[in-house]
Design a binder for this molecule. Structure first.
Ligand SMILES: *[C@@H]1O[C@H](CO)[C@@H](O)[C@H](O)[C@H]1NC(C)=O
Ligand SMILES: *[C@@H]1O[C@H](CO)[C@@H](O)[C@H](O)[C@H]1NC(C)=O
Ligand SMILES: *[C@@H]1O[C@H](CO)[C@@H](O)[C@H](O)[C@H]1NC(C)=O
Ligand SMILES: *[C@@H]1O[C@H](CO)[C@@H](O)[C@H](O)[C@H]1NC(C)=O
Length: 273
């Protein structure tokens, strides 16, 4: 169970499917934009990282990667890790027959791993390493309210991470998610409906792994949203919840992102005709 995918900021691109087709999370969806080029990344002041870093020469990077990963055990988590988590919704598709929503999103995860720190001066000024995410430990944040018990969250797993000299890591996998959302839109075709995405670590409590909204942002990022699904997003909200159990003193944090959706009137009429 420790192999849950980590979600970072996700731009959601919903694959086009007719409402009566059964949800299929294995469809691949092309993403044309790069999360790493998203200018909002430079707004990130979470750990005061200077994001304009050189990568040095190929020799510098080879030496650096050899040093960083020499005794690194990716199975072992760093102490007291704080994960900042945000969502960029790229697309969503309402599956009315099954009361579900399929979302395609970029999940933005930022955390710090002190084992992956270095002095850029010693590596020709290389302050940034872009490397296969499979090389390192990643937080097991997953979608709690997934409607698909096997592919709780379906991400492009081979996506690179960016590692900065201060040990800060930025990972932005592109993911597809299926969530249940009881839709009452049929009875009131133009009413609004709230659907939520709830994320949390699968195994860690809040003392070992704390989860917070990326830069404290209490919304989803919709700047890259593809509005072609016949529904529009009226608003989004996000909040952190710490769940406590009677047995224990440690909190169990989760992040809920709600989206309020509404049918775009014209599209429904066009379909009827
Ligand atoms: C937006 O959605 C439409 C219909 O689902 C699709 O044809 C198009 O490729 C999508 N655009 C992007 C940028 O994903
Ligand atoms: C960020 O780092 C680059 C490369 O080391 C440097 O040129 C630039 O001045 C730095 N920017 C800030 C705001 O410190
Ligand atoms: C796309 O959706 C966003 C969010 O609902 C909205 O602000 C924007 O106006 C829409 N764009 C178009 C072209 O409909
Ligand atoms: C999300 O929606 C649920 C159900 O409507 C509600 O209980 C929760 O408070 C909402 N959370 C946010 C952050 O809006």
């Amino acid at each position: 169970m420790n192999k849950i995918f980590i979600l970072c900021t996700v731009i959601v691109v919903a694959a086009y499917a007719s409402p009566d087709s059964s949800p299929d999370l294995t469809d691949s969806v092309g993403t044309t934009t790069s999360a790493q080029l998203d200018p909002t990344i430079t707004e990130n002041t979470v750990l005061n990282t200077n994001y304009s870093q050189g990568q040095g020469t190929i020799e510098d990077r080879t030496k650096l990667a050899a040093k960083l990963f020499k005794d690194y055990d990716k199975k072992i988590n760093p102490d007291d890790v704080k994960v900042q988590f945000g969502i960029t919704l790229v697309d969503f598709h309402v599956l009315e027959e099954t009361n579900a929503i399929e979302s395609h999103a970029w999940l933005r995860c930022v955390w710090k791993d002190p084992r992956l720190q270095w002095n850029a001066e010693e590596f020709g000024g290389a302050g940034l390493l872009r490397i296969d995410s499979d090389m390192l430990w990643k937080p097991d944040v997953t979608l709690y309210n997934s409607a698909d018990p096997v592919n709780m969250i379906n991400c492009w797993r081979q996506s690179n991470v960016l590692i900065y000299a201060n040990g800060e890591i930025l990972w932005v996998p592109s993911c597809k998610m299926l969530t249940r959302c009881h839709l009452t839109l049929k009875k009131e075709p133009y009413g609004e409906q709230v659907c939520g995405l709830k994320f949390g670590s699968w195994t860690f409590d809040g003392f070992a792994l704390d989860l917070d909204l990326y830069n404290g942002k209490k919304t989803m990022d919709l700047t890259d949203l593809n509005n072609s699904s016949g529904f529009e997003i009226v608003s989004t909200t996000a909040e952190k919840t710490n769940k406590m159990y009677p047995c224990c003193k440690e909190p169990y944090p989760s992040l809920t992102f709600n989206m309020t959706i509404k049918r775009i009137p014209g599209e429904e009429l066009i379909k009827k005709w």
